[in-house]
Unconditional design. Structure first.
Length: 399
C-alpha cells in the first residue's frame, strides 16, 4: 500500500458540498464531562479548513463501546458542546438513536456553507463494526464527499471508516495525512541511523513489528516486560519476571536475525527488580543475568538507561512505542523517563506511539520536542508492521 499517495482534502473542491468527516472523538468521560480533549483538538485543523472552504460539514465518530445499541451515557453531546467552544460556532448534535434518522437528514439538508453538525455515536448501530452496507449507504446518503481523519480507527474496516468509501469520493484529512507522512517516510526513507525502541509487556504483541523493523532499522532497543523473554532466550535466570515461555525460541531467533542483518539489538543489561507486583514493593538493581528467584524485573536499570540513551543520541530517526517498565508507578518510571529525555534531546525526527509512551512524554512536557505523537495505538502498531490499514486503503489515490 502506498499510503503516501492518497488524496487529501486539498486535492478536491469542497465548496458548497456536504462533506461527511469521520473523526476520532473517542474521548475519556467522567460523569458526562470530557477529562481529556486532545483528540478533539487534533481534528480541528481539518474541520476549520473545510469550514473556511465553504463545505457543509457533517462530523461522525464512535465513543466507547455501546455494543450496537443506543445508550445515552455514550452520547456525543459533550463533544458537540466542546466543538462549539473551539469553533466559535454552534455545532448541533443530530439526536437520532439510529444515527442516520429524520433529525440527521433534516439538519444535513439545512446546512449552509461553513456550517458544522455532528451525528450521534456510530456504534449505536450494530452494523457499524460489522461493516454492513445498509449503514454505510445510510451514512453516505447524507453527503457528497467522504473525509477520513480518524487514524485511531484506520486499522478497522467499519462502515464509517471504509464502508462509506464505496459510495462517495474518499480522501484523508490533515491528521491522517500527518500520520502517514511521518510514519510512512520513517519506514520508507528514514534519515539514518533509524533507531526503533519497543517496550510494553508482551513479545507476542510486537512480533510483526520487530520482524518488519529488522529489515529497516539500524538499532533496535527492547525494554519493558517483553525484555525478559529475550533474557531467557540468552539463558539468563529471570526470577519471577514476566515471561512468555512460548516465545522464547522466537526471541532467540530474532536476535540471530538481527545479527545476520547487521542490526544492533539492545536489551537491558541491568534491571530494577521488585519483590512483588505493587508500587511500593521492596526494590533493588541487579544485572540482567543475576535476577534472584522470587524477584521480578519492573524497570530497566541505570546502566541500561545509559546504554539506550547513547544509542538514541546519534539517531537520525527514532520510532518509539511502549514503556521501559511499569511507568505508571513512580518507583519504576525511571527507565521510561530516561528514554523520553534522550529522545527529546536527540534532535532526531522522532515518532512516539502507544498510550504509555505518549503519557510519559506529555507528563514531562516533552510533547513539543517530538516530531510526531501518533494518535492511534493499534493503528500505528499495524502500520509499523507493514500491514495495510483498511481505513487508508479505502481512500482514493492521487492521479
Amino acid at each position: 500500500m502506498d499510503a503516501l499517495n492518497k488524496k487529501t482534502i486539498e486535492d478536491i473542491d469542497v465548496a458548497g458540498k456536504k462533506v461527511l468527516v469521520r473523526c476520532d472523538f473517542n474521548v475519556p468521560l467522567l460523569d458526562g464531562s470530557i477529562t481529556n480533549d486532545k483528540r478533539i483538538v487534533a481534528a480541528l485543523p481539518t474541520i476549520k479548513y473545510l469550514m473556511e472552504h465553504g463545505a457543509k460539514v457533517i462530523l461522525c465518530s464512535h465513543l466507547g463501546r455501546p455494543k450496537g445499541e443506543y445508550r445515552p451515557e455514550f452520547s456525543l453531546a459533550p463533544v458537540a458542546e466542546r466543538l462549539t467552544e473551539y469553533l466559535g460556532k454552534e455545532v448541533k448534535l443530530a439526536e437520532d438513536e439510529n444515527v442516520v434518522g429524520d433529525n440527521a437528514r433534516a439538519m444535513a439538508n439545512a446546512l449552509e456553507d461553513g456550517d458544522v453538525m455532528l451525528l450521534e455515536n456510530v456504534r449505536f448501530r450494530k452494523e457499524e463494526t460489522k461493516n454492513e452496507p445498509n449503514f454505510s449507504r445510510a451514512l453516505a446518503s447524507l453527503a457528497e464527499i467522504f473525509v477520513n481523519d480518524a487514524f485511531g480507527t484506520a486499522h478497522r474496516a467499519h462502515c464509517s471508516t471504509t464502508g462509506v468509501a464505496d459510495y462517495l469520493p474518499a480522501v484523508c484529512g490533515f491528521l491522517i495525512q500527518k500520520e502517514i507522512t511521518f510514519m510512512g517516510s520513517a519506514l520508507a526513507d528514514p534519515k539514518r541511523p533509524l533507531v526503533a525502541i519497543l517496550g510494553g509487556a508482551k513479545v507476542s504483541d510486537k512480533i510483526g513489528v520487530i520482524t518488519n523493523l529488522l529489515d529497516k532499522c539500524d538499532t533496535l532497543i527492547i525494554g519493558g516486560g517483553m525484555a525478559y523473554t529475550f533474557m531467557k532466550a540468552l539463558g539468563h535466570s529471570i526470577g519471577d519476571s514476566l515471561l512468555e515461555a512460548e516465545q522464547v525460541e522466537n526471541a532467540g531467533q530474532m536476535m540471530k536475525d538481527a545479527e545476520a542483518k547487521g542490526v544492533k539489538f539492545l536489551i537491558p543489561i541491568d534491571n530494577k527488580v521488585g519483590k512483588e507486583y505493587k508500587s511500593d514493593t521492596e526494590a533493588m538493581v541487579v544485572n540482567s543475568d543475576e535476577i534472584p528467584e522470587g524477584w521480578m524485573g519492573l524497570d530497566i536499570g541505570p546502566e541500561s538507561q545509559k546504554l539506550f540513551a547513547d544509542a538514541i543520541k546519534g539517531a537520525g530517526t527514532i520510532i518509539w512505542n511502549g514503556p521501559m517498565g511499569v511507568s505508571e508507578w513512580d518507583a519504576f518510571a525511571g527507565g521510561t523517563i530516561a528514554v523520553a529525555n534522550a529522545v527529546a534531546e536527540s534532535g532526531a525526527i522522532s515518532i512516539v506511539g502507544g498510550g504509555d509512551s505518549v503519557a510519559t512524554v506529555t507528563k514531562l512536557g516533552f510533547s513539543d520536542k517530538m516530531s510526531h505523537i501518533s494518535t492511534g495505538g493499534g493503528a500505528s502498531l499495524e502500520f509499523l508492521e507493514g500491514k495495510e490499514l483498511p481505513g487508508i486503503a479505502a481512500l482514493n489515490d492521487k492521479d
